[in-house]
Design a protein around this ligand. Sequence first.
Ligand SMILES: Cc1cc2nc3c(=O)[nH]c(=O)nc-3n(C[C@H](O)[C@H](O)[C@H](O)COP(=O)(O)O)c2cc1C
Length: 355
Amino acid sequence: MKKLLSPFTKGKFELKNHLVMAPMTRSRAIDNLPNPLMEIYYGQRTGAGLIVTEGTAPVPEALGYPRIPGIFSPQQVEAWKPITAKVHRDETKIFLQLMHTGRIGHKDNLPKGISLAGPTASKAVGQIFTDTKGLQDFSEPLPLSKDGIKQVIAGFVSASKNAIEAGFDGVEIHGANGYLLEQFLNPNVNNRTDKYGGSLKNRSRFTIEVVQAVAQDIGKEKVGIRFSPFSKLGDLALYDEEETTATYAWLAQNLNELGIAYIHIAVNAPIPEKTFQMIRNNFSGTIILSNGLTPETGEEALHAGFADLAAFGRSFLSTPDFVEKIKAGAAINPVDYAHLYTPGSVGYIDYPTIQ
Ligand SMILES: Cc1cc2nc3c(=O)[nH]c(=O)nc-3n(C[C@H](O)[C@H](O)[C@H](O)COP(=O)(O)O)c2cc1C
């Protein structure tokens, strides 16, 4: 674990080690407001060099799930401040993940008068939890007009500005796992006939415009993005392998020109070697690799050439002192799956540590 535990530097991006805590929704933010419980949770996990927070809504219509935090109101900005301050005390960096859930959501999870938005009216097949009626079918989204797209981009920009005000070191734009950005990328959902649909360059346009606008405003070194090529999460269907690889190659090339800090790849479906190669060849910034890693495979990945940093989700979730346990060669705790998304402290801040 020598490299994993050693300090990381690439360009202006510096971390105390090569471990990233992957973004994880925990649904503890009652009324979409960060709170002291979340401060304890993140404060317990500062062994990581970088923490990427749970998916956080940049605009009200992005609140697809119950009890996820937002970063669009002044109260939310204030409520995040103690959390970033706590994490910084241990010299850990913290990026806020900006998650627009798009068509993945239910109207009961949204504030009154707000509708679900998607690239098209295509409704996802499947169900989502609501606090009002339990599991419900996904709601039908309203397709975004060109003006609607402009407003969403403006929402990402003001949310990013808010994140910096709240003390975050940067933002991670969520372009993975079947949410709004990936809904635009995937031709099975995005059948728009304007400049945001059709060719791979058109389908990539929304993602590139979001990143460009945010980078221009808060600074390119404060922006990362997460992708999950070939993912079927959120009722997405696979499309042509060559086309998918070409899409991510094009994105990597454009994001390289924008000079952002990192691309974070979540491997939640098999990704062909060629796709990894194209992304690495086209992007000279930091690449974070995530999903299913152990300290051993994470260390190997850091030597194999694709990844600069290794991210761990459930290991940090169940084991607040994961980094101490790596150093001690101690086993990690099992995940309490029953309490992943339940409100309150059980299965959240009560996992045992070495001390
Ligand atoms: C409870 C839970 C919530 C998650 N929420 C998010 C999220 O908000 N945003 C995101 O990009 N990924 C999310 N993920 C995916 C994780 O970031 C990560 O990709 C996944 O856990 C696989 O990595 P692991 O094998 O190290 O756990 C979540 C995963 C879990 C277990």
